[in-house]
Write a protein that binds this ligand. Sequence first.
Ligand SMILES: [Zn+2]
Length: 250
Amino acid sequence: MQVYSYLVSLLVGLVIGSFLNVVIYRVPRHESLVRPGSHCPGCGASIRWFHNIPVASWLALRGRCRDCNTRISVRYPLVEAITGVAFVLAYARFGLDWETLVAWFFIAAMVAIAFIDYDHMIIPTRIVLPGALLGLMASVALHPQQWWMYVAGSLGAAAFMFALAMIWAGGMGPGDIRMALFMGAVLGKYVVLALFMAFLLGGIVGGILLLTKKRSRKDLIPFGPYLALGSVLAVLAGQTLMNAYLGLYH
Ligand SMILES: [Zn+2]
């Protein structure tokens, strides 16, 4: 029975991941999410449903359009696979519970934000603000006794990012502040861990890029992907990571 549940989680994740590819491409371009249907970026041929099966179709067509042979980025199956695996891990963490649904919704939003910010240096308000509102409502409904923790997490994280933006001009933008609202609304106290992981990972990757001269100190590096990764890690393994970190001092 358990195997079956994991399989369903994986399939849901792959299908949502496929939809996220559309979100990642169209939201920053202000295009409709439903119309027109998926089409090849090269020749515009619409993609038949049997060529739109997550990951499998890309592999079967060897990453090329069936009609014009245009190369189709490995990003598409990658986004699907990441979402699928993360959905399985979320189910493993929370089981058959509303928490799983909240985690799936949050992970999906984080995947979309990470790639949109990476591509365009934009954290879309159309995702983070409704996300923050829905996230806060879900958190309060699921944890009515600790509702304040989510309000405090949301406002506290946003205030922290705001302070950073003031000190470090050009480092953080209003998008990062709004994103912190969303993170705190869902993560509660674990938003501290998510921010810590984001700065740690961002620092490591940024350092490597500087050292290998792939980026100069003047280049802007989008921070959304790190905030998203820190958030997903906090959702999937918050307590474990917190214990490991505290264990360093005992
Ligand atoms: Zn084509």
